[in-house]
Write a protein that binds this ligand. Sequence first.
Ligand code: ATP
Ligand code: NCN
Length: 205
Amino acid sequence: MPSKLSRVALFGGTFDPPHRGHVAIARAAADRFALDTVLFAPAGRQPLKPEGCSTDYAERLEMTRLVCAEDARFAVSELDAPRKDGQPNYTVRTLEMLAEEMPGAAIFSIAGADSFRSLGHWREPQRLLELADWIVISRPGFLLAEPDGLALTPEQRARVHLLDAVHEDVSATGLRTRLAHGESCDELLTPSVAAFIAEHGLYRS
Ligand SMILES: Nc1ncnc2c1ncn2[C@@H]1O[C@H](COP(=O)(O)OP(=O)(O)OP(=O)(O)O)[C@@H](O)[C@H]1O
Ligand SMILES: O=C(O)c1ccc[n+]([C@@H]2O[C@H](COP(=O)([O-])O)[C@@H](O)[C@H]2O)c1
């Protein structure tokens, strides 16, 4: 990772598969906050999704790599690769690793409105609010607001940026269902990702 980059955002996700909504929110965040880099980091093991994923980490990483070719500011990151000790990938640790790798950088974390609302259930929410500026992006059907059950201090609130900029009604869950039924979802996917899914027969029932 080049050290000259000074404004970097972690964009963690399951990315099973990455879709048009992900590209839209990464672009909106990069535009609005003049980000040099958005690091798309597929999660090896999402702490709140014990059911796991439909595809393996290597496939999600490759699809995410393909999406990152869409914009020069996007890069794929293996910071959230599956851990050798089998533990989930806690974002608090990911942000600490990022800060260690990029001393002096302004660090942001991107989350959709649904994800951010659940922050109180993540590991060490107070520390998460210290480690980064949070860019929280609108998602159809979800309230764009602060986390449920967490009372933010004025200092914390100043570092949470609610961005009502994206109105993409698409989810990976919906996509997986449609793909399992043999429906084409090309309009919701980057063409290279659609080709990868077809070539590897992913998400078929
Ligand atoms: N359409 C969307 N609009 C806004 N934010 C989104 C959208 N889709 C995903 N996100 C956000 O992107 C991040 C990664 O999402 P994730 O990879 O889990 O996709 P998803 O569509 O929510 O998947 P799933 O349906 O499997 O839960 C999360 O912060 C999520 O809130
Ligand atoms: O650290 C946690 O406790 C934690 C709990 C839930 C979700 N996360 C992270 O939040 C990001 C978005 O998750 P998801 O499932 O909405 O794609 C992803 O990087 C997850 O690893 C992290």
